[in-house]
Design a protein around this ligand. Structure first.
Ligand code: UDP
Length: 234
């Protein structure tokens, strides 16, 4: 395996599968199976999941309330997704531990980097729920933050697109995919890989990012083994 420790970011939206909302049991099972496989190979794994399949804070004003309340709902949405993945991993026979960014016992223990690292070194898949615990952030930034704190080899962004393109491949059939790209090139081209806060955090702390298609089963194993199936940002 090329990467011995990873921070895997899964978007809430991809968890919804074809339904576009809620949690698709097949998608959840596919993710759990892929995660179990690399865990069995000794890869240390931390996971951050988004909440976009349930709620995004930016929708708050349209719904008639403030952003801070909306973001709190969004953070709770990530907890729902995290509980689901944790339960599904256990079902698959993969030992996992749910940690939360803010106090939420008995749902999960309060996150601390040292604690997370200890569980990871014992072979437990650690799921870190609740984003950063603060409004006005995203789970991309939470992932970047946790990747820095846990000093993992790479932050993997599992999406439904197979890498970073010079334009949206879902709209432009001539879009060109990058195998490698620098953080500065992302800024220069205005590419929407992650939000700027997350990208800057990775750049300033030398966290390598690999963007890949997590919806094709087996891809997580390939990317961790070092196969060039997505785009690497460094
Ligand atoms: N959120 C937040 N602080 C954080 C992380 C997330 O307030 O540190 C809220 C924010 O409202 C966001 C929502 O949680 O819209 C869901 O996260 P995100 O949009 O990143 O999920 P994804 O797009 O990955 O499904």
């Amino acid at each position: 395996m090329k990467y011995k420790s990873i921070l895997l970011k899964l978007s809430g939206e991809s968890l919804a599968g074809a339904n576009k909302a809620g949690i698709d049991p097949e998608q959840l099972a596919s993710y759990a199976k892929q995660i179990k496989k690399i865990s069995e190979k000794g890869v240390e794994i931390a996971i951050v999941i988004g909440g976009g399949n349930i709620f995004r804070g930016l929708k708050a004003s349209a719904a008639g309330f403030d952003r801070v309340s909306g973001d709190s709902m969004g953070m709770l949405a990530t907890v729902i997704n995290s509980i689901a993945l944790c339960a599904r991993l256990e079902e698959e026979g993969c030992s996992s531990k749910l940690l939360t960014a803010t106090k939420m016992a008995p749902i999960g223990e309060l996150y601390r980097a040292k604690k997370a690292k200890k569980f990871m070194s014992k072979g437990k898949v650690v799921i870190i729920a609740g984003g950063t615990g603060n409004p006005f952030f995203t789970t991309d930034t939470a992932s970047a933050l946790r990747a820095c704190e846990l000093q993992v080899d790479v932050m993997l962004k599992g999406t439904r697109v197979d890498g970073i393109y010079d334009s949206d491949p879902e709209k432009n059939p001539d879009a060109k995919k990058f195998e490698n790209i620098s953080y500065d090139e992302i800024y220069k081209r205005g590419l929407k890989v992650m939000d700027m806060t997350a990208t800057t955090m990775c750049k300033e702390n030398d966290v390598k990012i690999a963007v890949f298609d997590m919806d094709t089963e087996g891809n997580l194993g390939k990317v961790v083994a070092g196969e060039a199936i997505g785009t690497v940002v460094s």
